[in-house]
Design a binder for this molecule. Structure first.
Ligand SMILES: Nc1ncnc2c1ncn2[C@@H]1O[C@H](COP(=O)(O)OP(=O)(O)OP(=O)(O)O)[C@@H](O)[C@H]1O
Ligand SMILES: O=C(CO)[C@H](O)[C@H](O)COP(=O)(O)O
Length: 403
């Protein structure tokens, strides 16, 4: 079993033992501290007493712009593993980290090297690599992957300052989510699986308005200005990461309503890279064929503008991919079972698990459309990938369900 949990005393840089060991060991912790005013930081090693064991975390990267559904996706992923995720107990109330029994999700905003004032003074956005410490990101993700405990900085979104670091111990599944998980080649190479949430400008705008106007009291003009100010850096540093992703969830305006500008009905594509170890793309009806399917009728209730699925092979940044697409939205979530029964390679443990997950989180954004459906499916694929990696390490073939 994997987890190295930190206590508060003890020794130096030793990896977890190579045999299962539930006793305490002394261990080096890689950390960085920062000066709130200057944004300058220094690093070092502190020693902790830790309990170690052999299993090393599987590392997942999730990239997207701010406000594009990363937190919602993470809640769906954690739920697939059966637990609820919470901030570290007794830690900084403004921590960005979420921990469940199986997963630890860290937010890469914590590797901002410049605080809000520092960025303003230097005239750079948080998306600019110069505002982020990729060396530390790499060292700490690598350390976690090797089973070591780290002391990770915290970027406080409430104050805009860099807070004192928090201790992160290696979980079974370590998720790094944020703006740049695939930007730095060294970090990218540590990922066992990567996902990019590709939200089109029109949809991003609609979601931002919904959240920032309704929930945060921002004006329409300020939301528009903030999106436009970020756009050059988004195009230069964030968007190109999608070429490296093993799965991309692309969210576009519907094609079912001519000239739709409401952004409520969505066309969502799940782009799955072929040939990725431990990842078999989902397919509709017949693997490798090109399919167009309108399921509305006796088994699926559809009000205007209906629902349309498509599936087929394609290329994406020179890679062979399979693409599953859903345009439209569900009227009745319980009827999703009809769609689920026509999909294969879902990596569910039992018939209807996708539908069950979707019903469980019917109140999450996107539960009535392809965003929720594909996020749930990717969550199941990650569970499958994790189980295969663990079984491989143990020298046994994974007992994975391929419903
Ligand atoms: N699938 C979806 N359908 C509709 N709206 C969505 C969807 N996903 C997210 N949103 C909207 O976007 C907002 C942000 O979602 P979420 O908090 O999951 O994104 P995030 O990427 O974690 O944001 P941030 O990085 O700013 O914390 C939600 O409050 C909701 O308004
Ligand atoms: O792009 C972002 C990722 O979440 C944020 O804008 C960035 O982290 C800066 O945060 P804040 O706006 O709170 O200073």
């Amino acid at each position: 079993m994997a987890i190295c949990s930190a206590h508060t005393t003890t020794s130096l840089h030793s990896p977890c033992p190579t045999v299962s060991n539930t006793g305490f060991r002394q261990k080096q912790v890689i950390f960085f501290t920062s000066n709130r005013r200057s944004g300058r930081r220094h690093g070092g090693a502190r020693t902790f007493q830790v309990s170690c064991s052999v299993e090393k975390p599987v590392v997942i990267g999730l990239a997207a712009d701010s406000g594009c559904g990363k937190s919602t996706f993470m809640r769906r992923l954690t739920s697939v593993f059966g637990g609820a995720a919470e901030p570290p107990k007794g830690g900084n109330p403004d921590s960005n980290t979420l921990i469940s029994d199986t997963t630890t999700v860290i937010c890469l905003d914590d590797y901002h090297s410049l605080d809000r004032t520092g960025r303003k003074e230097k005239g750079v956005t948080a998306l600019d690599p110069r505002a982020n410490n990729f060396d530390l990101m790499y060292e700490q993700v690598k350390a976690i992957k090797e089973g070591q405990t780290i002391e990770k900085p915290i970027y406080n979104h409430v104050t805009g300052l860099l807070d004192p670091p928090e201790v992160i111990t290696p979980p079974k599944i370590f998720v790094i989510e944020g703006l740049h998980p695939m930007f730095d080649e060294r970090v990218r190479d540590l990922l066992d699986f990567s996902i990019y949430l590709d939200i089109s400008d029109e949809v991003k705008f609609a979601w931002k308005i919904q959240r920032d106007m309704a929930e945060r009291g921002h004006s329409l003009e300020s939301i528009q200005a903030s999106i436009e100010a970020r756009k050059p850096d988004f195009d230069a540093f964030i968007d190109p990461q999608k070429q490296y992703a093993d799965a991309v969830i692309e969210v576009l305006p519907t094609q079912l309503i001519p000239d739709d500008n409401e952004g409520k009905v969505l066309r969502v594509k799940l782009i799955m890279k072929e040939g990725v170890k431990h990842f078999n793309p989902v397919y509709l009806f017949d693997e490798g064929s090109s399919i167009s399917w309108v399921p509305c009728g006796r088994k699926l209730t559809c009000s205007y503008p209906g629902i349309k699925f498509a599936y087929g092979p394609d290329t994406y940044f020179g890679h062979e991919v399979s693409v599953l697409e859903m345009d439209g939205q569900f009227d009745r979530l319980d009827e999703l079972i009809y769609v689920e029964s026509h999909l294969s390679n879902l990596s569910t443990k039992f018939y209807g698990e996708v539908t069950q997950q979707m019903l469980k989180h019917a109140d999450f954004p996107g539960s009535n459309n392809g965003t929720g459906l594909f996020q749930t499916i990717v969550g199941l694929k990650i569970r499958d990938l994790y189980e295969q990696i663990v079984a491989e390490r143990a020298g046994a073939p994974a007992e994975t369900a391929k419903v």
